[in-house]
Design a protein around this ligand. Structure first.
Ligand code: UDP
Length: 250
């Protein structure tokens, strides 16, 4: 990092710095990988760079089709400029195919298509291990309003449609993904927008032909070649900017 900036927050995979203008934030993608509520940790060289590129590409396309996100622009290999939002303390998971925790909880074979897309809510709390919650809990504890839950569900289904088509076109099956949302204050208006990131760290992506995993399960399950698989996702999406042309990956 060349300039001194105020760090606002450091998470497991990203750092947030004060942005150049009020109401903006710089989101910096680290190479750190964590799983199982940070019990498993590693540094995966280059992961932050590819996730920054993939997430920027997806968020930009979502903005372009009228699905509002916090994303403004990618500023370098590891950083993007985003709007400052008030985070809604939920992880919103959308599933098309059984895998991971739903397979374990409900005894579903991994890879079995679900009867329809299912949206689940988890309360964001590292101390509690992100417990699953119902709309009842969300409104009772004021984590989000009924209107916000409606907005979140509608936006999640639009993202699901978009991602399903986008990945399907390049031979990738979208199994499930996680979104986070924020409140964007504009004058006396508040809008619910997509925040955080959308990347192979937050999606399950399987090759259509081989069922090979191209997502964070490679790290969770010690399958190896994690960054390589993420890079293949970026390559298929046509967004891989070869490093070296004046830009360093670090
Ligand atoms: N997910 C995530 N962050 C989390 C938990 C889950 O990005 O803290 C993503 C995960 O990568 C997968 C989807 O949400 O794409 C559903 O995850 P699941 O509930 O099956 O949990 P997991 O098996 O990852 O523990």
């Amino acid at each position: 990092m060349s300039t001194r900036r105020k760090k606002i927050y450091e998470g497991k995979a990203k750092i947030l710095y004060e942005g150049p203008e009020p109401g903006t934030i710089i989101q910096h993608f680290k190479d750190d990988a964590t799983a199982f509520n940070a019990q498993k940790k590693a540094i995966l060289e280059g992961k932050g760079v590819v996730n920054n590129q993939i997430s920027a590409f997806i968020m930009q396309n979502l903005n372009a089709i009228g699905v509002q996100t916090h994303f403004i622009k990618r500023v370098n290999m590891r950083e993007q400029l985003v709007r400052e939002v008030e985070m809604i303390p939920l992880e919103v998971v959308c599933r098309n195919v059984a895998a991971g925790s739903i397979s374990q909880r409900l005894g579903l074979t991994e890879g079995a298509p679900l009867p329809r897309s299912i949206i689940e809510f988890y309360y964001k709390s590292d101390a509690l291990g992100d417990p699953m919650v119902a709309e009842e809990h969300i409104t009772a504890f004021n984590w989000a309003s009924t209107q916000e839950i409606d907005d979140v569900m509608a936006l999640t289904l639009r993202v699901n449609d978009y991602l399903h088509g986008m990945f399907g076109a390049v031979g990738i099956r979208l199994i499930d993904f996680k979104l986070e949302f924020g409140r964007l204050y504009e004058g006396d208006m508040v809008r619910t927008v997509i925040a955080d990131e959308i990347s192979p760290d937050s999606c399950r992506l399987w090759d259509v032909q081989t069922n090979e995993k191209m997502d964070k399960d490679r790290f969770r399950r010690d399958l190896g070649n994690v960054t390589e698989a993420y890079t293949e996702v970026a390559r298929r999406l046509g967004i891989l900017k070869a490093a070296g042309a004046g830009e360093s990956v670090h």
